[in-house]
Design a protein around this ligand. Structure first.
Ligand SMILES: [Zn+2]
Length: 62
């Protein structure tokens, strides 16, 4: 089960620290999934305040 960062929703496939927030505030209880390939052009990225490309959980449940 992959983990997602509670702060920025980034899905972490390796290790247990978020490379964006630099914290280990991760959870396995997330749902939904979006891949942001170009933060500059993605409306979803703007709405979710995503700053770097990557895979993000849409909602964090716990
Ligand atoms: Zn994060």
């Amino acid at each position: 089960m992959e983990l997602a960062c509670r702060k920025c929703n980034l899905i972490i496939s390796q290790g247990n620290t978020c490379p964006v927030c630099n914290v280990s505030n991760l959870t396995s209880k997330w749902s939904g999934y979006i891949a942001v390939l170009n933060v500059e052009k993605s409306d979803i990225a703007k709405r979710m305040e995503i700053k770097i490309n990557g895979a993000y959980a849409i909602s964090i449940n716990g």
